[in-house]
Design a protein around this ligand. Structure first.
Ligand code: NDP
Length: 282
């Protein structure tokens, strides 16, 4: 298979974003992202650190609010309220998952839809569903950009998505449908999974199960996008058994270095859009 290099694609897009950020700054607007993290989940801490670093590298304003794991829901909602009203902050992101005593739905709905750079607010998710301009969720958007970087034609293709989460499976299905793919969504209750995945021209794996997709589940010549991030013996591996699937023809994204870098890049992209909207609204 041919590997799609997410780091390289990401670097190119970040260069374009750098220009936009510089132009906005000349007009007195520094795109600002505020990330809230609750508790000390090690994976969440790593993601937040990478987001902060990437924003700062591009000269954006970036702030991280680290709250104790036992913070009250009210305190968290109050902080979001404050950031909703902070003119120097264009994007707000609450790192998920949240501790059990906090209602994730309430938190997502508290973020102003105009600053919801993750695209998780029901208003933005609804806009995506009906095809209106919105903040496209970062990981699915990154997947589309990866395919575009290789000039992969999506129209008319049979796309099979493994996973139906609100953050990956559902939105990537909508984006592929919008691009005229014929889309099938699979989940843990799907029967005869292998028969379905074998038909995919585009196979997206987003289930969170290490090395789940083996070569006998993949059609020769398919485009295989591996969203999974799993830690096995201290190493990061995807949902696709890379070594076996890589022996086929087609395209594949590696883990790490595939979808992961794109997610952060598209988060920056959404924050720049939010800042630009403000500039246009002036
Ligand atoms: P969720 O746990 O929210 O969803 C997993 C989905 O996979 C569910 O819909 C579930 O089905 C389905 N599933 C589980 N087991 C199977 C199975 N055996 N066969 C078919 N479907 C199955 O995960 P996320 O969508 O949040 O994340 C998926 C993976 O992607 C994780 O590894 C996560 O770490 C990674 N990720 C990576 C990102 C990146 O930037 N690269 C960003 C976001 C996530 P059901 O609905 O029936 O339970």
């Amino acid at each position: 298979m041919q590997t799609i290099n997410g780091k390289e694609v990401s670097k190119k897009i970040r260069e374009e974003l750098q220009n936009e950020i510089d132009q906005l700054k000349e007009k007195g607007i520094t795109p600002g992202l505020s990330v809230i993290i609750v508790g000390d989940n090690p994976a969440s801490k790593t993601y937040v650190k990478s987001k902060d670093k990437a924003c700062k590298q591009l000269g954006m304003k970036s702030e991280v609010h680290s709250l104790d794991g036992d913070v009250s829901e009210e305190e968290l909602l109050n902080l979001i309220d404050k950031l909703n009203n902070d003119e120097t902050i264009h994007g707000i992101l609450v790192q998920l998952p949240l501790p059990n005593h906090i209602d994730e739905k309430k938190v997502i709905e508290k973020i102003s839809p105009n600053k919801d750079v993750d695209g998780f607010h029901p208003i933005n998710a609804g806009k995506l569903l009906v095809g209106e301009d919105t903040f496209i969720p970062c990981t699915p958007h990154g997947i589309i950009k990866l395919m575009e970087s290789e000039n992969i034609d999506i129209e008319g293709k049979r796309a099979v998505i493994l996973g139906r989460s609100n953050i990956v499976g559902k939105p990537i299905s909508l984006l592929l449908l919008e691009k005229n793919a014929t889309v099938t969504i699979c989940h843990s209750k799907t029967e005869n999974l292998k028969e379905i995945t074998k038909e995919a021209d585009i196979l997206i794996a987003a289930i969170g199960k290490a090395n789940f997709v083996k070569s006998d589940m993949v059609k020769d010549g398919a485009i295989v996008i591996d969203v999974g991030i799993n830690r096995v013996d201290g190493k990061l591996v995807g949902d696709v058994d890379f070594d076996s699937v890589n022996k086929l023809n087609g395209f594949i994204t590696p883990v790490p270095g595939g979808v992961g870098p794109m997610t952060i890049t598209m988060l920056i992209y959404n924050t720049v859009i939010a800042a630009r909207r403000l500039e246009r609204g002036k």
